[in-house]
Design a protein around this ligand. Structure first.
Ligand SMILES: *Cc1c(COP(=O)(O)O)cnc(C)c1O
Length: 834
C-alpha cells in the first residue's frame, strides 16, 4: 500500500469518529477523585498512601471513561448499518499500566499532579504503584494492546475480546542465576479499571454428545456448563472523545455448590466443579506438557471464542440487524490461530441456534473472518488432537469435518487427481505428523485460512515467506487471499509517555501533531545535521540513561556508568532471537579486555531482559549463562567500566518503557527468516537508538525507511541461510577457523563461568557445535566485526546523534495508526468482500 492510500483510509475512518472537544472535565475529575479518595481514606484514615491515591485516580478516570464509552457506543449503534464493526479476538493483550495513559489522553495530568501534591506525593511515584496488566507473553499481545489504542484514536467501531487472567503469565524471579516462576497476582489489591458487566453473561458448554432430531437437525447437549461474564476495560483516544473496549471473559460454573456434598461435610467436593471452571481464568499458557494442561488451553480458546461470538450476534440482532447481514456488518479477526475455533463456533451458532442453512451460514462466516499469521515455525502452528476435540467439543468437530469435506470436494473439482495436495491442505492431519504422537489432529491454521477472506503476515519478508513456505499450497489456490500488513506501535505510549523529554524536543521542532500523524517525523530529516538538535538528542539520552542507571542500582545493587554505550536486548528469550549470540559477543569482548586491559576500549553496558517459557529448558539455560557471565565480568577488577552485563528480571511493558528511551544500541539479531516482524525494533528506533540487526522481519522495512546506511546490519540473509542449510551446515568448521570463537566456546564448556562445572552448559554447547539450527556460529564473525563499527561510531557523538535523528525521522510509517488504516482498507472494510 502506498503512503497516500494509507493516509486516505485513515482520514476516512477519522471522519467517522467524533471530534475532540477540549477537556471540560477538570471539575468532574476532581469531584470523582475526591469522592474516591474519601472512600479509600474511610478504610484507612490518615495520610493517603500512594496505593490509595493510585486507586482513587484510576477510579475517577474510570468514571469519566465510562461516560465516553456510552457516547462511543451510542454513536456506533447509530451508524451500525454503514460502519462495519471490528471484533479483534486475541488470547493476549499486554496492556501494561493504564493510569499515565488515561491522564494524558484525558488531558488531566496537571490536575492530578496538583491533587497529589496536596497530599505530599509526586505523580510519577504514584503512577508506579499500578501493577502491569501483563495479560500476554510478548510481541503478539503487545501488538493487540497497541491496536486498541489506535482503534480509539481512529474512532473505529470495534471490540477487543480476550480473557481475564487472574495471574497473567507468571512473574519472573531470579534465584542463584536461574529463572523462578511465581503467579503474578496483579489483581491482589483489586482492579480499579475494570467494569463488570453482570448483564452480559453467556452459557458455554463442554463435553456431552450431539443429539440428532427427527428433522435431521443436530443439537449439542454439553455435559459441563459454564457461564462467561464480561468485564470491560476502556481505552481512551488521545485526540477525540472516542474510546475503544477490551472485553474480557471470566468463567464460572453455571451450577451453584453441590449442596448434598456440602452437607455431608465434603466441602472441597461440593465446589470441585467451580474450581475447575475458574481454573480457565488462572493463567495464560498453562504448561502444555501434560494432557490436563492442553485440555485447559483448549477450553480457554473455546470459551473466548464462544462468549465473544454470542456477544457479537446478540448486539447485531439488538441493533435490528438481520442475520443475513451479519457478515457484512461485522468483521471477526483472529490474532494468530488461538481463536481459530471461531469459524466452527460461528457456524454452530448460525446453524443450530439460529436455524440457517449451511451455505448461508458459510457465506456469513467467510465474510466475517480474517486471520493474521505470526510465525513461520511449523511447531508453533496449533493442532488439536481429534480425540480431545471429540471429548470436549463434539459438535465443533462435526462442523470442522463438514467444512473440510466441502473444501476438499471443491478442490477435487478444481484440481482433479492431486491426492497429495489434498492431504497437504486438509484440515485434518493424518497420523504421523511432526509431534503428533500418532494421533490425527486438526490443523487450526488451515481452518483459519479456509474460513477467512483475508490472511496476512506482519512484515513484508514474513508475508513473502509465508506464501512461499508454510502456506504455499493455499497461496497458489487462493492468491488474492494473502496479503501483508506490517506491524507498528502506538507513538502515544512508546514515544510520548515513555520519553517525555524527547517528545518535548520533537514538539519544539515539529509541533505537536506527530502524535496523531507520525509521518510528520520526517520533518527531522532536514534537521539531522543541525548540531544543536544533535546535542539535544544527546542530552535527552543521557538523562534517560541516568534514570535507568539509578533503577539498576536500586533493583540490583549494581553501579553502571551512564556514559558507557547502553547495548540493549529485551524480548522473550528464544533460541531464534539469539540472546546467546549476544552473550558470545560479551564473552569475546571480556576475553579481549582481559588480554589487553590498557587498549582504548569503548565502555559498554550490555542489558538483557526477557522471560523464558516455563518448560523451555534451553531458554532457561541462556538466562543462567547471562547471570554466570555477568557475575564473572562485573566483578573482574581488570574490566571495570569497560564492560558490564546486566540482566533485569521480570521483563514487561513498564520495564520496557524505562529501558527503551535509555538505549543507545538496539539488538535485533534473530536468524534471518525467523522473526515475523518484531515491534521492539520499532520502539527503539523511534526513541533514537541505533539498531544492530539482521536482515529480518521489520528490520528490513525500517532500514529502507531511514536508510540502510543508518542501521548496523550484519549476518546471512534468508536465501543464504537456506543455501547453507541445503548444502549441509557444519558449525564446527566456523569454530575451527576462528580462534576467538573457539576461545569463547571453550570458556563456556570448560566451566569458565560456572565455577569449573563442565556439565552446566553441556547441552547448550553440544547444540551449538552439533546442529546450531539458528546459525550462531555462521554469523558470529560478522556480528563481532559489526560491533566494532558500533564502537567506532559511538566515539563520535556528533555523528552518532545525527544517525539517531535520521532513525527517528524515518519511523513515521511504523505507527499502529497506519497499520490499522491498512487493515481497514485491505481486510475489514465491506469493500474487501467483493
Ligand atoms: C514490544 C514488546 C515485545 C515485543 O518485542 P520484540 O523485540 O519485537 O520481540 C515484547 N514484550 C514487551 C513487554 C514489549 O513491550
Amino acid at each position: 500500500m502506498t503512503v497516500t492510500t494509507a493516509r486516505q483510509a485513515l482520514q476516512s475512518i477519522k471522519a467517522l469518529g467524533a471530534h475532540f472537544k477540549p477537556a471540560t472535565m477538570n471539575d468532574d475529575l476532581s469531584q470523582h477523585f475526591k469522592t474516591a479518595l474519601r472512600h479509600e481514606l474511610s478504610q484507612c484514615p490518615g495520610q493517603p498512601s500512594r496505593d490509595s491515591l493510585m486507586r482513587a485516580a484510576a477510579g475517577a478516570c474510570r468514571e469519566l471513561l465510562a461516560t465516553r464509552w456510552a457516547a462511543s457506543q451510542a454513536a456506533d449503534r447509530e451508524r451500525a448499518a454503514d460502519a462495519r464493526r471490528v471484533h479483534y479476538l486475541s488470547m493476549e493483550f499486554l496492556m501494561g499500566r493504564a493510569l499515565g495513559n488515561a491522564l494524558a489522553a484525558l488531558g488531566l495530568d496537571e490536575t492530578l499532579r496538583a491533587a497529589f501534591a496536596e497530599q505530599g506525593q509526586v505523580l510519577p511515584e504514584v503512577l508506579e504503584r499500578e501493577p502491569d496488566a501483563a495479560l500476554g507473553n510478548g510481541g503478539l499481545g503487545r501488538l493487540a494492546a497497541c491496536f486498541l489504542d489506535s482503534f480509539a484514536e481512529l474512532g473505529l467501531p470495534s471490540f477487543g475480546y480476550g480473557l481475564r487472567y487472574q495471574y497473567g503469565m507468571f512473574a519472573q524471579g531470579i534465584q542463584n542465576g536461574r529463572q523462578v516462576e511465581t503467579p503474578d497476582d496483579w489483581m491482589a489489591l483489586g482492579n480499579a479499571w475494570e467494569l463488570p458487566r453482570p448483564e452480559l453473561r453467556y452459557p458455554v458448554g463442554f463435553g456431552g454428545h450431539v443429539r440428532v432430531e427427527a428433522d435431521g437437525s443436530r443439537h449439542w447437549q454439553p455435559a459441563e456448563r459454564l457461564i462467561a461474564q464480561a468485564y470491560d476495560f476502556i481505552v481512551p483516544a488521545h485526540h477525540s472523545e472516542r474510546v475503544s473496549t477490551l472485553r474480557q471473559w471470566q468463567a464460572s460454573a453455571a451450577a451453584p455448590i453441590d449442596f448434598d456434598a456440602f452437607c455431608r461435610g465434603d466441602h472441597a467436593g461440593a465446589a470441585r466443579h467451580r474450581v475447575a471452571a475458574e481454573a480457565i481464568n488462572w493463567v495464560l499458557y498453562p504448561d502444555d506438557s501434560t494432557e490436563a494442561g492442553r485440555e485447559l488451553r483448549l477450553k480457554q480458546e473455546a470459551l473466548l471464542v464462544s462468549a465473544s461470538l454470542q456477544d457479537l450476534i446478540a448486539r447485531h440482532l439488538n441493533e435490528g440487524g438481520a442475520l443475513h447481514q451479519l457478515g457484512r456488518r461485522n468483521a471477526i479477526h483472529l490474532n494468530d490461530t488461538h481463536p481459530a475455533l471461531a469459524p466452527a463456533e460461528l457456524m454452530r451458532l448460525l446453524l443450530d441456534q439460529h436455524g440457517l442453512g449451511w451455505d448461508e451460514a458459510w457465506t456469513i462466516t467467510r465474510q466475517a473472518c480474517s486471520y493474521t499469521n505470526h510465525t513461520l515455525m511449523p511447531e508453533a502452528l496449533e493442532k488439536w488432537p481429534l480425540g480431545m476435540l471429540e471429548r470436549l467439543l463434539p459438535r465443533h468437530l462435526e462442523i470442522i469435518f463438514e467444512i473440510n469435506q466441502r473444501f476438499l470436494d471443491e478442490l477435487r473439482q478444481r484440481v482433479p487427481g492431486d491426492e497429495a495436495l489434498l492431504s497437504r491442505v486438509s484440515l485434518i492431519e493424518e497420523e504421523g505428523g511432526y509431534g503428533s504422537g500418532g494421533e490425527r489432529r486438526v490443523r487450526m491454521a488451515h481452518l483459519a485460512i479456509v474460513a477467512s477472506h483475508r490472511v496476512n503476515g506482519v512484515a513484508a519478508l514474513h508475508s513473502e515467506l509465508m506464501v512461499q513456505t508454510i502456506f504455499a499450497d493455499f497461496a497458489r489456490l487462493y492468491p488474492e487471499r494473502f496479503i501483508n500488513v506490517t506491524n507498528g506501535v502506538t507513538p502515544r505510549r512508546w514515544l510520548q509517555q515513555a520519553n517525555p523529554q524527547l517528545a518535548g524536543v520533537l514538539d519544539a521542532r515539529l509541533g505537536q501533531d506527530w502524535r496523531q500523524d507520525l509521518s510528520q517525523l520526517q520533518g527531522l530529516r532536514a534537521l539531522a545535521a543541525d548540531a544543536g538538535l544533535g546535542a539535544e538528542f544527546g542530552r535527552v539520552k543521557r538523562a534517560n540513561k541516568q534514570r535507568l542507571a539509578a533503577l539498576v542500582g536500586r533493583e540490583l545493587g549494581l553501579a553502571i556508568n551512564p556514559d558507557s554505550l547502553f547495548d540493549v536486548q529485551i524480548k522473550r528469550i528464544h533460541e531464534y532471537k539469539r540472546q546467546l549470540l549476544n552473550l558470545l559477543h560479551v564473552i569475546a569482548r571480556y576475553q579481549a579486555i582481559v588480554a589487553q586491559p590498557d587498549a582504548d576500549w569503548t565502555p559498554r553496558t550490555v542489558l538483557i531482559a526477557g522471560k523464558a517459557a516455563s518448560a523451555y529448558q534451553m531458554a532457561k539455560s541462556v538466562i543462567q549463562l547471562a547471570h554466570d557471565v555477568g557475575r564473572v565480568v562485573n566483578s573482574d577488577p581488570r574490566v571495570g567500566d569497560k564492560l558490564k552485563l546486566v540482566f533485569l528480571p521480570n521483563y514487561g511493558v513498564s520495564l520496557a518503557e524505562s529501558i527503551i528511551p535509555a538505549a543507545d544500541l538496539s539488538e535485533q539479531i534473530s536468524t534471518a527468516g525467523t522473526e515475523a516482524s518484531g515491534t521492539g525494533n520499532m520502539k527503539f528506533a523511534m526513541n533514537g537508538a541505533l539498531t544492530i540487526g539482521t536482515w529480518d522481519g521489520a528490520n528490513i522495512e525500517m532500514a529502507e525507511a531511514f536508510g540502510t546506511e543508518n542501521m548496523f546490519t550484519f549476518g546471512l540473509r534468508t536465501e543464504a541461510v537456506a543455501q547453507i542449510k541445503a548444502l549441509g551446515y557444519d558449525p564446527r568448521l566456523y569454530v575451527e577457523q576462528n580462534r576467538q570463537l573457539q576461545q569463547v566456546i571453550d570458556a563456556i564448556a570448560n566451566g569458565g563461568f560456572s565455577n569449573g562445572d563442565t556439565e552446566r552448559y553441556r547441552a547448550l554447547v553440544d547444540k551449538l557445535l552439533g546442529s546450531d539450527p539458528y546459525l550462531l556460529m555462521a554469523d558470529f564473525a560478522d556480528y563481532l566485526a559489526t560491533q566494532q563499527r558500533v564502537d567506532a561510531l559511538y566515539r563520535d557523538p556528533a555523528a552518532w546523534n545525527q544517525r539517531a535523528i535520521l532513525n527517528v525521522a524515518g519511523m513515521g510509517w511504523f505507527s499502529t495508526d497506519r497499520t490499522i488504516a491498512e487493515y481497514v482498507d485491505k481486510v475489514w472494510s465491506a469493500s474487501t468482500l467483493g
